[in-house]
Each structure stands twice: as structure tokens, then as C-alpha cells.
Design a protein around this ligand. Sequence first.
Ligand code: ATP
Ligand code: MG
Length: 569
Amino acid sequence: MSVESKPEANESSKEPRSLHFIEQIIEHDNETGRFGGRVHTRFPPEPNGYLHIGHAKAIVLSSGMAKEFGGKFNLRFDDTNPAKEDVEYVESIKEDAKWLGADWEDRLFFASDYFEQMYEYAVQLIKKGKAYVCDLTADQIRETRGTPTVPGTPSPWRDRSIEENLDLFQRMRDGEFPDGSKTLRAKIDMASPNFNMRDPVMYRIVRAPHHRQGNKWNIYPMYDWAHGLEDSIEGITHSICTLEFEHHRPLYDWFLDELGVYHPQQIEFARLNLTYTIMSKRKLLELVKNNHVDGWDDPRMPTICGLRRRGYTPEAIRLFCKTIGVAKFNSTIDATVLENSVREDLNKKALRRMAVIDPIKLVIDNYPEDQVETLTAINNPENEADGTREVPFSKVLYIEREDFMEDAPKKYFRLTPGKEVRLRYAYYVTCKSCVKDENGNVVEVHCDYDPETRGGQSSDGRKVQGTIHWVAAPTALDVEVRLYDRLFSVPNPDDPQNAGDYKDYLNPDSLKVVQNAKVEPSLAEATLDDRFQFERVGYFALDKSSTPEKIVFNRIVSLRDSWSKVAKK
Ligand code: ATP
Ligand code: MG
């Protein structure tokens, strides 16, 4: 088991666990029959970027609640802002949410499909005297909002007649007025201690085409107006969102109560923040546009497609979400927690293979020149069902450069002249000498082997302290290995107190490409679905660009956390 600081909970744990606060709310609602025992959640992304690990937390939570309570889950695109949205994002979000395990069955919805109904609802509020057309500009609205201690100034248009409001609102819809020249505002309370209640804007004029509605609309609904209606129309019971919407809840409730329509419960939880990365869509886009990374699915990105390409599994991400739990206060999770979830998941399922990343030759002087034999290696000590495989062995092998030292300290248990070590699954070998090039670099290590130790066991009970991995040279496959590391070199690249920009903290060593790593021949059959542990090296998966002519492996995660030591220095 290579996991340090093992997470407390895991997907397979059978121990009874306490309910988090959202489960408690749902359980209570079920007991009181508030929604007739129904549980119906949704994930409402705006199609203006790719999903990231923070969104994964929201998806796993909302879809997970539906699953846990035998309810339903909707995927709904909150496509109320025509300017920034794109179908490219719609497709990627669907793919990523599905990959994470979310199941919306046939309930894929678009907020824009409700525009007509939202419009009708707005007319209802106007007729109730609860909404009015305002001619102030966005700046003027901001300036007249007041301060926390000073009430806002009522708009001079606040007391327009219902007839005038209905007429103007229709004409806003018809495109008669320029962008930004009028809004529809809710008539609530300009003195409310909650700014969101100071006559918030419900509609603004944007005479731009919409990616699904074409040129049909010249007005677009604001988030706070639209969101509760979307939830209500879909019969959502528990509308789970992040903490920054807490002060919007009174408005969510006000709209639904004034309309007298079905009223879901909004529940807020703390968003995910993670060290050594960023989660702002705008900044992630900037990294892509400025070629700091190789696209949205660069394996260093915190995007779902990036993590997938890197080789993360959906199980590992769900395990991570379970490990961090759900709370109502904001915090930042250490990247190690995510990496340990990946290690825990992959330790169970990764097939063990031998791969040499930084090869030098090991020659076994007393081994027959042209002999090739096969040795049996265990595929996964964590899962007997994965069986064994045959690994070729021969006189000339590759080993890691760092597994030989000419002048080694006493505690060095690997190869050094005079010392005996075990070649994993093969033989004991005793190091004799090394060969250097003209610059003094070791190019070859020479050993003798003990034929009595086949399989890596001695018949006389003799013990060795070190075991090293190897790959037989004649049958080795040459592969490219991409050693990924954290994208940023500081825990909080986004901290406003940092000197400079977050881009100044990009980790220059976040990608190291190794061209001619040597791996055992069985890896020629690797598929994109396979996960491997290269023994003593780390967890790896094929990159999507890999071809039989040029095999490329990504390092998913190292075997151990090397950053905690760095941080403690
Ligand atoms: P934007 O600033 O564009 O709104 P966003 O990340 O909030 O960015 P949305 O598409 O609105 O993007 O997000 C969809 C859902 O994901 C929202 O309900 C939001 O609360 C949730 N979400 C976004 N970021 C996180 C995060 N870091 N942790 C947990 N949930 C998140
Ligand atoms: Mg948002």
C-alpha cells in the first residue's frame, strides 16, 4: 500500500457514517412529507467554459443526493447570457458530467426553453404592481443602490402605471429600445439590509442572437430571476448551490412566493478550493489562449477533461468528493488529498508493470549470451483475479540510472560494487563493476547472477535488502513518458496578496518529457482504459495521442507525495 495519510472515508467502507447537513435536510423533508417524499436535484452549468474539479464536487453532490434518496437528477444548461455561450461547451459539459457518473436519463434541459414562460411570469408581476420598467442605466442603478447603512434611492420610474409598464416591457421585448437603455426591475425594498432585495434587475436589453433561440429575444433574464423559475418549472426539490448565493436566497424565495408557484428549497454549500491550482474559468481560458498549457484537456489542468486525459478515474474523483465532505464554511483543500484519492483508487486497480524511465544498461556477465527466458510476474498484488504475466529476461537489461552508485553510502541498498540485490521477479545479482564514457558518466553496470535464485528467492535463505526493477534490453519497447506535476509552484497562486500575477507562479517543472523510456513488451497492448503502476515509479496511463508507432504514457500521480517534504523545508 503506497498511500500516505490515507483518507478517512472511502467508497467501499462499510462503517456507518454520519449524515452531512444536506442529507439531514433531505431526510427531514422526507420525514415531514414536505415534497411528498420526492427528491429531485439538478446541476445548472452556464455553457461558457469547461467543467473543472470544483464543478465535479457540485455534480457528484447533486446527482449523488438523487441517487442516494432514490430521486431524480436534471442536467440543465443555464443559458441565459447570449454573449459568452457556445455549443462547444454544451457538448463538453455533457461528456464530462456523464463520465463523472451523473445520470440525467432523458432530463436534459435548457433554461432558454423557458424564456416564454418566464416572460409570462414577469407580466404577472407587473400586473401585481411588483415589477416596473426603469430607464436608469446600469451605472445609475449601481449609484442609487445606497450602502449597507444608507438605503438606496428609489428610481424615478418606480411608480410607473401598470399599463405603461406592460407597454414598455412588450416594446423592450420587440427590440424597440437600444441595449442597456431600460431594464425590468422587481419592486421590493430600496431600504432592505440585503442589497439583492433593493429592486433587483430582472431583465436587461441585449439585442444579440442566442445560440439556441436565434434572434427571437431582445431581452434576457438575470440569473436571480431566472434560476428559481427554472427550478420551479422542473419540479426541483432541493436546489443545491454554492455559498455565494446565500444572500440571494431571500430573492429566490420572494419571486416564487409573489408568483405563487411551486417553490423548491435552495441550499448552499461551500465551494471547492484546491491548493496549487486555480478554478476561475476566465483564468483557465487565459492559460489556454496564451499557450501556457496544451488546451483545455492539458493533463495539468484542473478541468475534468484534463484530469481524464491525465488518467484520473471517475471513481477517484468521487472518492475525493466523499473524502472532503460537504460543509457550510469555505476552506481550501490540500492538493495532496486529491492525489491520495487517486493513489487509493489506482492502488486497487492498476496493473503492475516494469518501466525504466532513465535507463542505463545492466550486463549479467555470467548469463548465457543468447539466452532469453520468461519469468512470471504478478499483475496486481491487491487483486488476485488480475493474474500473472510472463516477462522476458536476458543477459542485457535496463535499470534506472539512480539504482546504481559507484561510491555508495552505507545505507544505499541498491547496486554498488560488491553488493547483492534482487532483480524483481528474476534473480539475485551481485554488482561487479561499471563502464564509463569519456565524460565519466556510467553507461553500463556489470553483475553476476546466481542461477539458484530464479523468481527472486534464494534457496539457502540468504536475504538481500534491495529489490530493483528492470526491463530486458532486446525486447524492451521505447516509449515517451510525460512526467506531469502540479501546475503551480505555490499553494495559492490566486492569492491577491501575492506579488505579481498568478501566471508568475506557474511551475516550470510541471511537465518533463522523457523520450526513450524502456518498458516491458506487454505494454504494447495497453489501451486507453488501462491504468498501470510502473513499479517503484508511479501510476501511468496511455495518453490519447498515443499510437503503436509512438507510444505515449502520462504520469497520473507519483507513488508518494513528494511535495509535503518540499513544503516543510
Ligand atoms: P461563473 O463565474 O461563470 O458563473 P461558475 O464556475 O460558477 O462560473 P457555473 O456554470 O455557473 O460556473 O457553475 C455551475 C455550478 O457549479 C454552479 O451551481 C456553481 O455553484 C457550481 N460550482 C462552480 N464552481 C464550484 C466550486 N469551485 N466548487 C463547487 N461548486 C462549484
Ligand atoms: Mg456561476
